[in-house]
Design a protein around this ligand. Structure first.
Ligand code: BG6
Length: 488
């Protein structure tokens, strides 16, 4: 790959230090980032390259153990890194930056230039305008933005408008880091690289789908963001709906970015709206109370927040439905929460029961087949099948998994989502990024739920930290004669 420039606005922030720079480092270790590439961290503090590199060196220490080649690559990688002071709301620093980035002595006009806006969305407009004013928005420029893209449909549209004034849609890369996870990409491989599943992938053969993203962490250091957001906006609007799209979409004709995005968009638009009357039936929101997670006592959400009047949800469970020919009548149960019993994300596709049992009375009844796609941890795929228990006695069947563990099968380290995503931006491959209309369609479905919650006098249901969420979430699925999947 040719040398490129990657400029991170918010270069001293958490995202840059914890995710972006370690991801770039691993790509460097793998030889994908070549000499001549320039990586810039931009922020308001005054410090020189040396001080910035020292800070990044410290942030990368953890990454060194991941790969035996990493320790020797550290210093040469840091040499690619520069720090520039810039004020996002004032003119100082911009002209110098523009000169440096466009200097014909050092870069040719074809060089790919990526601006990563790791700053609040309220700044996207002014950063874009300044980049434009300094001639930095030409064809070879790409811009990356992170969630939250708005807090509702209207604010998302305003952010997209602000970006759209300056950049063509094809230059804008909206990250949903879940799409960069290996196991999420494997979902596409599994569905469309095998002839086995697709003929069964429909209401006729599938009873229901569950998507769970459970976390053990609490507020971390993000109280001011999280309390305004809550789990519906923070996780469901983006990560969980994207997973749902990948499960439910029609086969795209190719991996071309728009071929996939068109299909995902159709799914989002086919979601049955959950409006006023239905919200209390189809959604559950919860907030954690003090408890113990992984054997460690933890405070409740309100204590962590230091306020007692917040109604922000830290847990959501809901039942969605995709209104189209393929999925009519198949519920998609989604749940996500903080401070749950374990960190575990998975998609479970439960097939229908066999139409008739030839086995008569069985000690263990025939259980429906389940395909479990484990996103994290222990990435892998399990297909639960009924098998005969060996032995000469009476016929006994038992449910057992065919188990594919990524770690055992492929070995090596699993690259982090950002490694794939950042290099895709440099390559100009937008397949794993969200298009404007997708983001807005997701908000269109989320907004009525949020509004109904806000209008309701009910508070989120309490749940004990370290549990699987409020009992109402169990009731949501059990009402339909089903249960949340447990890995056994
Ligand atoms: C982020 C959310 O998008 O995803 C966080 O803002 C959440 O609240 C995180 O913790 C989860 O990501 P991962 O990759 O750890 O599952």
């Amino acid at each position: 790959m040719a040398p490129f420039d990657l400029i991170i606005f918010g270069g001293t922030g958490d995202l840059a230090l914890r995710k972006l720079l370690p991801a770039l480092f691993h790509r460097y270790v793998d030889g994908q980032i070549v000499a001549g590439t320039r990586l810039y961290g931009l922020a308001r503090d005054s410090q020189d390259d040396g001080a910035y590199r020292a800070r990044v060196r410290e942030a990368l220490q953890k990454s060194l153990a991941d790969d035996p080649r990493a320790p020797t690559a550290l210093e040469p990688f840091l040499d690619l890194l520069h720090y520039r002071r810039i004020d996002l709301n004032a003119d100082a620093g911009w002209a110098e930056l523009a000169t440096e980035l466009t200097d014909p002595q050092r870069v040719d006009s074809e060089r790919v230039r990526v601006f990563y806006l790791a700053v609040g969305p309220d700044l996207f407009g002014s950063v874009g305008a300044r980049l434009q004013a300094h001639g930095l928005t030409g064809e070879t420029t790409r811009v990356v933005v992170e969630k939250p893209i708005g807090h509702d449909g209207a604010s998302a549209a305003a952010i997209n408008d602000a970006l759209g004034h300056v950049f063509a849609e094809s230059q804008i890369y909206r990250i949903d880091h879940y799409l960069g996870k290996e196991t999420v990409q494997n979902l596409t491989a599994l569905r469309f690289g095998n002839a086995l599943f697709e003929p069964l992938w429909k209401a006729e053969h599938i009873d229901h789908v569950q998507i769970t993203v459970a976390e053990t962490v609490g507020l971390e250091r993000r109280a001011s963001y999280y309390d305004k957001s809550g789990a519906l906006r923070d996780m469901v609007q983006n990560h969980l709906l994207q997973l749902l799209c990948l499960v439910a979409m029609e086969p795209p004709s190719s991996l071309a970015a728009d071929a996939i995005r068109d299909e995902k968009l159709k799914v989002l638009r086919a979601l049955r709206p959950i409006e006023n009357g239905a919200t209390s039936q189809l959604t559950v929101r919860g907030q954690y109370r003090a408890g113990a997670v992984e054997g460690r006592p933890v405070p409740g959400y309100l204590d962590e927040l230091g306020r007692d009047d917040s109604r922000t949800e830290t847990f959501v469970a809901l039942k969605a439905e995709v209104r189209n020919w393929r999925w009519a009548g198949v519920p998609f149960y989604l749940r996500t929460g903080k401070r749950l019993a374990e960190r575990m994300s998975e998609i479970v596709v439960t097939f229908r029961q066999v139409p008739h049992s030839i086995f008569g009375e069985l000690a263990e009844p025939i259980a429906p087949n389940q395909l479990v796609i484990r996103l994290q941890p222990d990435e892998g795929v399990k297909l639960w099948l009924m098998n005969k228990v060996p032995g000469p006695g009476g016929l006994r069947l038992r449910r057992v998994p065919m188990d594919l563990s990524f770690a055992e099968t492929f070995g090596g380290r699993q690259p982090e989502a950002y490694e794939r995503l950042l290099m895709d931006v440099v390559r100009g491959n937008a397949m794993l990024f969200m298009r404007r209309d997708e983001v807005e369609a997701a908000w269109d479905w989320i907004d009525p739920i949020r509004n109904a919650w806000q209008a309701s006098s009910d508070a989120p249901k309490p749940y004990t930290a370290g549990s699987w969420g409020p009992s109402a979430a169990v009731a949501l699925i059990e009402r339909d004669g089903r249960t949340w999947h447990e890995d056994a």
